[in-house]
Write a protein that binds this ligand. Sequence first.
Ligand code: ADP
Length: 499
Amino acid sequence: SHGDEYSSASSVKNPTIKFTKLFINGEFVDSVSGKTFETIDPRTGEVIARIAEGDKEDIDFAVKAARHAFDHGPWPRLSGSERGRIMMKFADLLEEHAEELAALDTIDAGKLFSVGKAVDIPHAISCLRYYAGAADKVHGKVLKMSRELHGYTLLEPIGVVGHIIPWNFPTVLLFVKVSPALAAGCTMVVKPAEQTPLSALYYAHLAKLAGIPDGVLNVVTGFGPTAGAAVSSHMDIDAVSFTGSPEVGRKVMQAAAESNLKVVSLELGGKSPLIIFDDADLDMAAELAILGILFNKGEACVASSRVYVQEGIYDELVKKLVEKAKAWVVGDPFDPKVQQGPQVDRKQFERILSYIEHGKREGATLLTGGKPMAQNGYYIEPTIFADVKEEMLIAKDEIFGPVMALAKLKTIEEAIKKANSTRYGLAAGIVTKDLNVANTVSRSVRAGTIWINCYFAFDIDCPFGGYKMSGFGRDYGLEALHKYLQVKSVVTPLYNTPW
Ligand code: ADP
């Protein structure tokens, strides 16, 4: 029964905070300045712990360690299978500590404990194992030159990598970046989000236990404009991989351009459309639309924040959506009955509420929700707006909260046009039984991932990334491995040909 599960989880609900310092060159250390910052529990607004506040000087130390580990250490020189073996060990350690790790993300980010344990942590483990298995299968090719030359390519690790991580998926997004970089033989500096530093420091500890050599994986906690900016502008970081807001993505790219032209990959926001056609299975469509916007409290870059419904089923579907939103359980993310925890922090909470006010003022029809919940903490009611026009702010901006924007449509052409009427292009969903409609719309919508009769259908083997202002570069799949590899061409004459 739910009650038993909840009470047996109560020891887990107050995890001891074991790691609060920066992890540089295999050791936990204070920041150079000695400064710390508070990490807050969004269920209450109370301080969980004080965390070392890294800044430029700490990033410098971390990069020095990573550079030394890259130039002189064993990691890039190990065989792929040896790196893979150590990564497998790292994955096993995550498995051993799954509950504790899920609990850290729950108190730090307000994420559902049950989902963390069943989805996020296992996903991170699979990610490590997937790239561990790929580590000994990285090779170049023999070239078919057009002259009397023998040529081949070598794939080499790109060097020292900076990973800048957001707060909405502190575990998954860390491993989505760290795993392929480790497999490639890179060394790295991870800058977790200031809202959610706890699990990243724990992962640093587990990496050391697994046998990842000192200096290979460094974690510097701290703020974006200081520690984050020091990563993107560092002269000795070879590549930076960023997931976060478009505003910050632009700054990261600018800093990279103005410093050493490091390789950049950006996974930014979205305003992803979910298009539901007249022939859709209504229950499935309602389920997907609700999950698409409410999963992880709407704090998902792929959230289906624009829902377009064809006119024949509009009224019936909207009724189902409102029923489901009203029945959606918001509350303590440790409670297994709860479907939505608090937003990550006060800033996001207020930002979402201000978008809701905008929606009301702009003339969209508020069908349900629209307010903070009565209890303490950063909880917001599942909110649905109908009659949302393209020019409204709530149709254009990424809200990053539990706020759905609904609109009615007539034709397939209109569906395609509306789906594409955004500066973003991260994901799109299509619900229909008609294969021709599904195929036509899939090919016409400019987005990196198209989900047909499903949503949030992530898989480690499935490349993920943006079109347009949702960024560039791909996480997941073997594509992601190539973000962390350089291609070197080696050429030599055949026979006695000169050049
Ligand atoms: P959000 O706005 O959703 O909080 P951000 O894009 O601001 O997301 O944050 C994502 C990550 O980028 C965090 O780790 C944050 O510290 C970092 N960050 C924020 N500002 C900068 C910056 N100017 N340069 C580099 N990183 C930054």
